[in-house]
Design a protein around this ligand. Structure first.
Ligand SMILES: NC(=O)N[C@@H](O)C(=O)O
Ligand code: NI
Length: 161
């Protein structure tokens, strides 16, 4: 089984796949008489297709234990998908480039506490993978008609360590 080294999540490394949602280095300005700081426009929500609309859900995820065997990735051809942690627990973000033969070798990122991601439309990714404890996430993705899920099962799994 090919091993994939898990690396820290950074804006630069994740840029080909979407946005990192964090306050660090974000455009920000005070609002509400200076009593709030708005970290502004952190990610682009994409929705397309019939009756497409953005929607907000909360997902409560059971934790996984590393090292992890990755057997599949999925993608959403009709919209982006954002995961914003509502706890300080880290989670694992797995993405793959599209190749002529389907998803390529995965990249695995470990979030810092509080970091979220917005996975761009049609980007191959692993399913939500909380670590260290049951974790709640706000999920912002696409509602509407049509099939918005495509799955790919690797011929050979990968070991994420
Ligand atoms: N379906 C859902 O809310 N989540 C998955 O698409 C996922 O990427 O975990
Ligand atoms: Ni997904």
């Amino acid at each position: 089984m090919k091993e994939i080294a898990i690396q820290p999540l950074t804006c630069e490394a994740f840029a080909p796949f979407g946005d990192v949602i964090e306050t660090e280095n974000a455009q920000s300005f005070p609002i509400n008489g200076g009593r709030c700081m708005r970290f502004h426009d952190l990610a682009r929500i994409e929705t397309t297709g019939e009756n497409a609309r953005p929607m907000i859900s909360i997902v409560r995820g059971e934790p996984y234990v590393l090292p992890l065997t990755l057997t599949m990735v999925e993608r959403h051809p009709l919209g982006s998908q954002a995961f914003i942690p509502l706890s300080r627990n880290p989670f694992l973000v797995v993405v793959s480039e599209e190749t002529v033969a389907g998803p390529g070798e995965p990249h695995a990122f470990l979030t810092a506490p509080g970091q979220g991601v917005n996975i761009a439309r049609n980007v191959w990714h692993g399913i939500l993978t909380p670590l260290q404890g049951v974790s709640d996430f706000a999920v912002i993705d696409r509602g509407g008609e049509g099939v918005n899920l495509e799955e790919h099962f690797f011929e050979e799994p990968f070991l994420l360590r």
